[in-house]
Design a protein around this ligand. Structure first.
Ligand code: 13P
Length: 253
C-alpha cells in the first residue's frame, strides 16, 4: 500500500518570519495525522533554517524538500548548491525536472537525469516532475511527452532507480493558473506512467508514488487523491497558506 505524500513547493517565496510561521502552524495542525507523509519545500537559502525548525520536537514529522540542486558534488560552480550539502541538512526530497526549471533555466532531459542521479547518490529521493504544455495536450500528445521525459531518466539511471524516487505529473497548463486537471485527466496520465514502468518492473510500478501537481487546493484535493493512481500532491500556491495546505494534507490522510 502506497503511503500518500503531500509536498509544498514554496517556489521563490518566504521571509525567515514566514518560513517559521508556516512550518510552526503546519506542524501544529498536522501532528495528529496518521497516514499522510508531509514535506515542505522552502528556497535553498532557507533550507538550513527550515531544517532546524523541522528537527524541533513539534515539527519532527515534517520532511524537507529542496527545490533544486547542481549535478556536481563540489567545485568551481559559482552560485550553485550540491546534493551532499543538502543531505548534510537532512533534506529528504529534491524536486527535479520542474517545468519552471525546464522552461526558465533551460534544463534539458539530460540535465534533469543528472540531477536525479546526483540526488540519489547522496541518499535523497528525487521527485521527478513531468508534464505537457497546453498545445501538446491539444495535439493529443500528453502521454508521449511525459513518457519521453520519464524515459530520459530511465535510460540514464536505470529502471531500478525508480525504486527510490517519486514521480509528479504537473501539466504546465494547470500550474499557477487556477485550472486544475480533472480527476479523470490526471488519473489517465498517472495510469499511463505506472503502466509504462510496469512493462519493465511490476513491483516498482506498484510501489512508486505518483503525485499530481497543478492548482491543487483544499477544494479539489480530496477528489484528486481518491483516484487509483494518484498518491498525493505537489502543491505550489496553496502550500503558502497554512490553513489551505493543512486541509490538503488532511484530504490525503
Ligand atoms: P500551483 O499549485 O501554484 O499551481 O503550482 C504547482 C507546482 O508547480 C508545484 O510544483
Amino acid at each position: 500500500m502506497r503511503q500518500k505524500l503531500v509536498v509544498g513547493n514554496w517556489k521563490m517565496h518566504g521571509s525567515r518570519t514566514q518560513v517559521r510561521q508556516l512550518i510552526e502552524s503546519v506542524a501544529a495542525s498536522t501532528a495528529d495525522l496518521k497516514k499522510v507523509e508531509i514535506a515542505v519545500g522552502p528556497t535553498l537559502l532557507h533550507i538550513g533554517f527550515a531544517a532546524e525548525l523541522c528537527t524541533s520536537e513539534d515539527a519532527s514529522h515534517l520532511k524537507l524538500a529542496a527545490q533544486n540542486l547542481f549535478t556536481e558534488p563540489e567545485g568551481a560552480f559559482t552560485g550553485e548548491v550540491s546534493a551532499p550539502m543538502l543531505a548534510e541538512y537532512g533534506v529528504n526530497y529534491v524536486i527535479v525536472g520542474h517545468s519552471e526549471r525546464r522552461e526558465f533555466f533551460a534544463e534539458t532531459d539530460q540535465v534533469v537525469a543528472a540531477k536525479f542521479k546526483a540526488t540519489q547518490a547522496s541518499g535523497m529521493i528525487p521527485i521527478l516532475c513531468v508534464g505537457e504544455s497546453l498545445s501538446q495536450r491539444e495535439a493529443g500528445t500528453s502521454a508521449e511527452v511525459v513518457l519521453t521525459q520519464l524515459n530520459a531518466v530511465i535510460q540514464s539511471a536505470g529502471i531500478e532507480a525508480l525504486q527510490y524516487a517519486v514521480l509528479a505529473y504537473e501539466p504546465l497548463w494547470a500550474i499557477g493558473t487556477g485550472k486544475t486537471a480533472s480527476k479523470e485527466q490526471a488519473q489517465e496520465i498517472h495510469h499511463v506512467l505506472r503502466e509504462h514502468i510496469a512493462k519493465s518492473n511490476a513491483t516498482i510500478a506498484e510501489d512508486i508514488r505518483i503525485l499530481y501537481g497543478g492548482s491543487v487546493k483544499a477544494a479539489n484535493a480530496a477528489e484528486l487523491f481518491s483516484q487509483a493512481d494518484i498518491d498525493g500532491g505537489l502543491v505550489g500556491g496553496a502550500s503558502l497558506k497554512a490553513e489551505e495546505f493543512v486541509s490538503i494534507c488532511k484530504s490525503a490522510d
